[in-house]
Design a protein around this ligand. Structure first.
Ligand code: PPS
Length: 318
């Protein structure tokens, strides 16, 4: 179904990320995406043939672009603002990540988890368009796509790789691999482009992390209208408060503290920074203090991809 190629160990597919399967690049001849050998052997076809329902809600993003934030908002909007239910069941259970079982080395079967969700199902994925279920394009469930500027997303991914995946290489190596499209789910530009082209489809809502940061209420209202829901101003204010960075950072249903604790105890290769939290900075521009001028220039060049100019897309950096 796809061409596959092992990702060169010149990038960071070394034994230094031990919790993860070997990286493999999948391609359909035009598009490409880095996943794993397990994805190729056990997930690719099953996801392509996954049965889709018209009341499904899919949140689709490139990693570290505001997925968790959007999931919590969408789930609550679509579940009558059931804060108790949201608090009592982990987001990863309410709103599972369909391909996670092919990425992290643990026995979970994430496709079945999604299959068996109570309807309406809420499904998260970082897969690019060409790897999504065929029925997405015929059944047309609601899809919310979120984009974030690659400089901040890459810095966020670097910390994720260090603390969750166990990466011990340098930042320079990491950013080069990011720009070369050799990290999990990469490349970002192609992922964003394919959904930007679909932004006017009635079942697709294209959002930006930066807009959510600047005016959360406005973006929540867009999501509410898109989902066909209606809540009072007061209810929306409460949802803004519940999904503010400050609140999400201390909410164990969404902040993955248990997973990070496990990673820290199970894998002693994880960096010594005991203060790492999944809800890390939650800012626009966190790359300023994390990237050298040379690294920023490489990202600027990457973000000015000519394909974007052709379709009128620009990342938001403010
Ligand atoms: S993942 O692992 O790909 O699902 O990560 P994802 O959820 O897409 O992205 C994590 C980053 O989103 C930030 N985040 C938030 N920012 C602002 N407000 C809220 N409420 C919020 N929730 C999550 C999170 O802190 C990560 O970004 P960084 O820059 O690392 O802080």
């Amino acid at each position: 179904m796809f061409h596959t190629e092992k990702v060169s160990e010149n990038y960071i597919n070394k034994d230094n990320c031990p919790g993860y399967y070997n990286y493999v690049e999948l391609s359909d001849g035009v598009n490409r995406c880095v996943l794993t050998d397990k994805y190729v052997d056990h997930y690719a076809e099953e996801i392509k043939n996954f049965e889709v329902f018209d009341d499904d809600i899919w949140v689709i993003t490139f990693p570290k672009c505001g997925t968790t934030w959007t999931q919590e908002i969408v789930w609550l909007l679509n579940n009558n603002l059931d804060y108790e239910g949201a608090y009592n069941t982990l987001l990863d259970v309410r709103f599972p990540f369909i391909e996670i079982g092919a990425i992290v080395k643990d026995p979970r079967d994430s496709i079945n988890h999604c299959k068996n969700l109570q309807r309406p199902r809420h499904i998260k994925t970082h897969l690019p368009k060409f790897l999504l279920p065929n029925q997405i394009w015929t059944v047309k469930p609601k899809i919310i796509y979120v984009a974030r500027n690659p400089k901040d997303a890459a810095v966020s991914y670097f910390h994720h790789y260090r603390h969750i995946i166990g990466y011990t290489g340098t930042k320079d190596e990491f950013f080069d691999a990011y720009l070369a499209g050799k990290l999990l789910h990469s490349p970002i530009n192609e992922n964003v482009l394919e959904f930007w082209k679909l932004r006017d489809e009635p079942n697709i809502l294209f959002l930006y992390y930066e807009d959510m940061k600047r005016n959360l209420k406005e973006e929540i209202l867009k999501m509410m209208n898109f989902l066909g829901k209606s809540y009072t101003d007061e209810q929306i204010d409460k949802l803004c408060d519940h999904t503010s960075f400050k609140s999400m950072k201390i909410n164990p249903s969404v902040n993955r503290e248990q997973r990070i604790k496990t990673v820290k105890t199970v894998h002693n290769y994880v960096s010594k920074d005991e203060n790492f939290t999944f809800m890390r900075e939650g800012k626009i521009g966190s790359h300023h203090k994390e990237m050298t001028e040379e690294q920023k220039a490489k990202f600027d060049k990457y973000m000015a991809w000519s394909e974007f100019a052709n379709v009128g897309f620009e990342y938001k950096t403010k």
